[in-house]
Design a protein around this ligand. Structure first.
Ligand SMILES: Cc1ncc(COP(=O)(O)O)c(C=O)c1O
Length: 453
């Protein structure tokens, strides 16, 4: 398959007979989960960039990139090469917090990156925040769990955790206690105590989300965070707060971008009060928005970042002073011992650097957004277009319409995903080209025309 010439090509309307066969086979014993439609990627068939082949031979264009976890698309030669070099060594996962895994005699002259090298790389791309420590784990949820554990340990106050409406931080019990996007994530699961949610302000003009309130006592408008922590009228002493955790751009919750003033005030209050600020960049980080970390767009300096997805391993990265001094406080069998994923994660960062993909994400993101805005002007059922770099979304009038658009695109060979309640998210690979974006825009145009006529 040649990327430059590939186009989505539907031979059999998906899901075709083989896709149905695989779906039935898989779902016979697989637990119910979040399967949205029966797109079945055939890993044995050609795939490159955003293009891949399904089990019925359809060529699909993937603008979800496995929810951002395949940031260079399919089969990037650098990644295939790295995996090939170490795939023959077993075990590929080892007890990495008990034994350090090396490759050769000298870490400086090492042909394959190890988890140790990945720490160095993560610290390098976070030097603007003064970060000096990293801990690798298996998933985004674990990266969040470790971030909050580090903060509870640092604060020694069994304290409050502040999160925001619309947030999604993962599925393990600690992380899901911080979720505020959909009740299905939390219903009937026990939670960690003392979690306080605050409005996530994405207001563009007048703030009407509840973040700003009029305080009679203060005789003026103040933010909800300032009110909660106010020494006279507040209900919580800042000393009792273990952390504030925020996604600079809501992911699962709807791709809403934080109002810059809002997120800066959150950071300013956190730093003033000595409360650790965690940025959950599991979806928005690692170049997706055209910067290494989305918080950079707002001039915000977090104390800790949770990363995963595009990195292929979970990572909790931060200022060294926040990490536990005591041994055995954080650990994970495979976290620091995931040889293939860590080498691939390292190579992903290296490739983003070598191929100048932050710039591409910014430029192609602007190009894509302007195309989406043109669609918006032609189809008023599109309510909103928003995004930063290649983390983009549209909202339509109803969730039913949203689902029909996603299904319609699927039938034409374009893979998309939902977020929030009426939104469609776009996460093409960071090396996406203008030609590929034009193909996606044309398909969307056809889908909207067909649905609305
Ligand atoms: C912002 C954010 N945080 C945390 C997570 C959890 O990551 P994982 O599914 O790897 O546990 C996700 C996953 O969608 C996410 O988008």
């Amino acid at each position: 398959m040649e990327r430059e010439k590939a186009i989505p090509l539907i031979k059999v309307p998906p899901p075709g007979p083989n896709a149905r066969k695989w779906a039935q086979f898989h779902k016979m014993y697989a637990a119910h989960s979040t399967y949205f439609y029966d797109f079945i990627w055939d890993r044995s068939k050609p795939a490159i960039g955003p293009f891949c082949t399904d089990v019925d031979g359809n060529i699909m264009m993937d603008f979800v990139s496995h929810v951002g976890s395949s940031p260079l698309g399919y089969n990037h030669p650098n990644l295939v090469e790295v995996a090939k070099k170490i795939a023959t060594i077993d075990p590929d996962r080892y007890a990495g917090t008990d034994f350090i895994g090396a490759f050769g005699e000298d870490p400086i002259d090492c042909p394959i990156a190890t988890p140790s090298h990945l720490h160095h790389k993560l610290v390098e791309i976070s030097q603007q925040f003064g970060f000096g420590s990293a801990f690798l784990s298996n998933s985004g949820a674990e990266a969040v769990e470790n971030a909050i554990k580090i903060c509870y340990d640092y604060r020694r106050n069994f304290g409050y955790g502040f999160c925001f409406y619309g947030a999604f931080h993962g599925r393990t019990l600690g992380a899901l206690s911080l979720n505020r996007s959909k009740k299905v994530h939390r219903n009937w699961y026990p939670e960690i105590p003392k979690i306080v949610e605050l409005p996530f302000c994405r207001c563009q003009q007048q703030c009407d989300c509840g973040w700003k309130i009029y305080s009679i006592r203060r005789k003026g408008v103040i933010s909800r965070l300032a009110q909660v922590l106010d020494p006279d009228i507040g209900l919580i002493d800042p000393e009792e707060v273990a952390y504030i955790i925020i996604e600079p751009i809501l992911g699962e919750g709807g791709y809403d971008i934080a109002n810059p003033e809002f997120i800066r005030e959150v950071a300013e209050i956190a730093h003033r009060e000595g409360i650790p600020l965690i940025a959950d960049e599991i979806q928005s980080g690692l170049g997706r928005t055209g910067r290494w970390w989305a918080v950079e767009h707002f001039g915000v300096v977090p104390d800790i970042i949770a990363s995963a997805k595009a990195l292929r391993v979970g990572a909790t990265i931060g200022k060294s002073t926040f990490f536990p001094r005591e041994e055995k406080r954080i650990s994970s069998t495979w976290g620091e011992g995931n040889a293939i994923s860590s080498a691939v994660g390292y190579q992903i960062i290296q490739t983003i650097q070598e191929e100048d993909l932050l710039k591409n994400a910014e430029e192609m993101g602007n190009y894509f957004l302007s195309g989406l805005r043109q669609l918006h002007s032609r189809f008023p059922v599109i309510h909103d277009v928003r995004g930063l770099g290649l983390m983009d979304a549209i909202s339509v009038e109803t969730d039913d319409l949203r689902n029909r658009v996603i299904q319609g695109a699927f039938q034409k060979g374009l893979l998309l995903a939902s977020c929030g309640f009426e939104s469609i998210r776009f996460l093409p690979p960071l090396n996406v080209t203008q030609r590929e974006i034009d193909i996606a825009l044309n398909i969307l145009e056809d889908v909207f025309s067909e649905i609305l006529t």
